[in-house]
Structures are given as C-alpha cells and as structure tokens.
Design a protein around this ligand. Structure first.
Ligand code: RIB
Ligand code: CA
Length: 311
C-alpha cells in the first residue's frame, strides 16, 4: 500500500532531486505538487516543477501555484545559491504540461477535507507559506494530515541565510510558527542532518555512469550548486537538503533523531526564523517534532541513484 503525499516545493536543484526520488519510489503516491515562492519567485518555481515532472515522464501530475510571498513579510530568494533559473547546471526543455488553475492552498484544503483521517502526508521542501496559510484558513484539515515531514531549521549547525536561521524557516517564520504549533505529527530535517549528506565527485561520477537522463541531469545540477557550499564551508561537496524528506519516508532507518520541543523566533529581526530546539530538555515545553540529527549518507546517496536510474 503506497503512502499518499503532497509535495510543497520551491525548486531549487535539491527540491528537484527530492521530487525525482519520490516519483521513482513505489512506496509513495504523489497526489499533487504545490509550488511556493522561495529559492526563486513563484512563476519560476511553477515552471521548474513542471520541467521536473516532464523529466520524470510524469506530465500527468497536477502542479499548482501557491503563495507568491510570505504570510507577513517580503519575499527573500536565493538565486545566489541556485542560479537565476533555480535549476542552473543542466538544460531542460520548456514544459508543455499545464499549470492547474486552482490555487495551491485551496487544493491542499480541498484534498485534505475529502481525505480519510490521517491519510495524507505533507512534504514541504521550501518556505512553509502554503501550509501555514492552509492551516490558518481551514484549521479543520489538521485531523486528516497523517504527518508533516519537512526540510527546515537548524540547531547545532546554526543558520545558512543568517547566523541564526535556515532559509526555509527564515523566509516565512510566521508560517513556520503555525506549523510547529499545530500539534500535527512533525518530522524535521534540519541542517544538522542535511549537512551530513554531502555530495561528492564520486557520486556525480556514479550518476553520470548510469544510462539515465534524470541521473545525468542531477549530476549537472549538483556540479553547479555545490560550488556555493564548498566555497562557504570549505567542504568537499554540498549538502543535498530536500531529498532527506523523501528518503525518510522511504527508508526511515537511514536516519536518527530526537523528539523535542522546537519553537520559532518571529519577533527579533536579529534571530528571525531561528528554530529554538530544546535538544537537552531544559524547558517543560511540550515536544512537538522529531528533529533529525544523523544520516547514513552512503545509504542515502545509493538510494537516490538506484531509484532515479529507474525512471
Ligand atoms: O536551507 C536549505 C533549503 O532552502 C532547501 O530546501 C533549499 O532548496 C532551499 O529551499
Ligand atoms: Ca527547497
């Protein structure tokens, strides 16, 4: 029995790998892809999402445009990391599949209202604007969400867009606060775990050795975007953030973490978007998230190669 998921995304090369991994994995049934402004503006994330679906041979999928700016702030984008298109590093043809006319937030609400209790898992890979807006507009949908498995936040790894905050949470801290306070079963893949999943030249070579357009496309993307993190952190390779969400659903045994309380800073401009993780249990605040810490990185990259090569 495959698991019904909705992927909410701001592609972004790492989002793209996550989407390809999901579409290549029979354990998951992707009901729809909802796009949000984040790495690049909304018009670009919806274009990119359709390019990725067609690369996977899934022009049948429904792609929706969501919020073009955060719930209470101006949009911050990350072209400096992902390039002007958000998918720099590999060429993909212009997509022909349609963009759905329904707003992504309305799609999320309608789909969840029609679903059985706790039957759909949400997989946010970007700022939480669509999810936060859906929960604010229709609090009743929470009961039909089985789990939210998201990429975002940081604790020991500190921030990547400011000294205190990770990009997805920084862009829309108000939306993140709604999600983290929702009481929904939450699994968080923060920088603490994604920074242990570093790409490598060997992995890129493995991808290129596959007779697979999808794998060679990923190799081009990784070649491009790893330069930013390698220069910044002096590391060999770059963290492949978003596929951690999908890999957790497919092979949770690749990960470990701790069920703790995580609060979101929304008041201070200095620490806006910080995920204040009570890792050592020093408060009496209720645990609200499984905060992932460790990953079997070789197992993770082998899973991606093996699955995507099957597309
Ligand atoms: O901080 C990393 C996150 O921000 C990833 O989801 C990446 O795609 C960007 O959205
Ligand atoms: Ca993303």
């Amino acid at each position: 029995m495959s698991r019904d998921i909705i992927i909410d995304t701001d592609p972004g090369q790492d989002d793209a790998v996550a989407i390809l991994l999901a579409l290549a994995s029979p354990e998951l049934n992707v009901l729809g892809i909802t796009c949000v402004a984040g790495n690049v503006p909304l018009a670009r994330t919806t274009y990119n999402a359709r390019q990725i679906c067609e690369l996977a041979g899934r022009a049948d999928l429904n792609v929706f445009a969501g919020c073009d700016s955060p719930m209470g702030r101006g949009l911050v984008t990350a072209e400096h990391v992902h390039g002007e298109t958000g998918l720099d590093g590999a060429f993909l043809p212009e997509p022909h599949m349609p963009l759905q006319s329904q707003h992504a937030v309305d799609y999320i609400i309608e789909t969840l209202r029609q679903a059985a209790p706790k039957s759909i898992t949400l997989c946010p890979l970007g700022p939480l604007t669509n999810i936060g807006t859906a929960l604010q507009n229709a609090p009743d949908i929470a009961k039909n969400i089985a789990q939210i498995v998201l990429m975002g936040g940081a604790y020991f790894e500190v921030g990547n867009i400011t000294p205190a905050a990770e990009f997805n949470i920084f862009v829309d801290p108000e939306a993140a606060q709604i999600v983290f306070n929702s009481g929904i079963d939450l699994v968080v893949a923060p920088l603490d775990v994604t920074h242990k999943a570093l790409t490598s030249k060997a992995w890129i070579a493995d991808l290129r050795a596959e007779n697979s357009q999808a794998c060679s496309t990923i190799a081009g993307w990784v070649d491009f975007f790893e330069r930013f993190d390698s220069d910044k952190y002096g590391s060999q390779g770059a963290p492949l953030h978003d596929p951690c969400v999908i890999a957790y659903l497919i092979a949770p045994e690749l990960f470990s973490g701790r069920h703790i309380n995580v609060e979101i800073e929304t008041q201070s401009e200095l620490t806006r978007g910080m995920t204040v993780a009570d890792w050592w249990g020093v408060t009496d605040r209720t645990a609200n998230a499984l905060f992932l810490e460790n990953i079997d990185a070789p197992g993770y990259f082998n899973l991606i190669t093996q699955r995507v090569a099957s597309l």
